[in-house]
Design a protein around this ligand. Structure first.
Ligand code: GRF
Length: 220
């Protein structure tokens, strides 16, 4: 079981879902720390209300992104943090943070990657006219929303969908898949070979994934 930090820049609903899952035993991990790059992020207040320590590292307060990340890494070490969950963290992770946490940073993105990376993926999906979208939890690499896929959930795009309606249906699925991914990560069950992620140990999966969920195959 790992101590993790959640990084956010906004409302923090995924952070709350992760914390709840840990407290209720659905994810065997401890969210020890919440970090934001925006002191006005509503998620900070939510974290405090949940009794979680918070820290702000605004990019503007540091001479460079490398320096900002160096200080973040110092904090993660001081708190003995073993993994990071990005949850609406609106800053691309740079080499300083990435190299300090190899294959230990997860992200959630509201599309079925590799479709629609970057900003406003729900609006991108609507504009493109796809019939199915969803969300993806993946390991973070040096690119934008480009790391190895851990789990995905599909969400139909409806004829009269709006960006808000689609986003909110996808968000419900985000709150289901991120705790699952955190649980596997925290238990050390995720095996990475190239871009392929598999789950160690057959006991990890009790039965088949629910409809609309795609999760890692079992490692041999
Ligand atoms: C979520 O849709 C997440 O997938 C994306 O940013 C949004 C953050 O929402 N990366 P919240 O702050 O977790 O409510």
């Amino acid at each position: 079981m790992k101590r993790v930090a959640v990084f956010l820049s906004g409302r923090g609903s995924n952070m709350v879902a992760l914390v709840r899952a840990c407290k209720e035993g659905r994810a065997e991990a401890e969210v020890a720390l919440v970090v934001s790059n925006d002191k006005k992020a509503p998620g900070l207040e939510k974290a405090k209300n949940l009794g979680i320590a918070t820290e702000v590292f605004a990019r503007a307060d540091f001479p460079s992104k490398a320096e900002q990340e160096r200080r973040m890494v110092e904090l993660l070490r001081a708190w003995r943090i073993e993994g990071v969950c990005l949850a609406g963290f609106m800053q691309i992770v740079g080499p300083t943070l990435l190299n300090a946490c190899p294959n230990r940073i997860l992200n959630i993105h509201p599309s079925l990657l590799p479709a629609f990376p970057g900003l406003k993926p729900q609006a991108q999906a609507l504009a493109y006219g796809v019939k199915v979208s969803g969300c993806t939890v993946h390991f973070v690499d040096e690119g934008v929303d480009s790391g190895p896929t851990i789990i995905q959930a599909a969400v139909p795009v409806l004829e009269d969908d709006t960006e808000e309606a689609l986003s909110s249906r996808i968000l419900q699925k985000e709150h289901e898949i991120y705790p699952l991914a955190l649980d596997w990560f925290s238990k050390g069950l995720l095996e990475l070979e190239g871009r392929r992620v598999t789950l160690k140990g057959g006991d990890a999966l009790k039965g088949l994934p629910p409809e609309g969920f795609w999760w890692p195959g079992l490692a041999g």
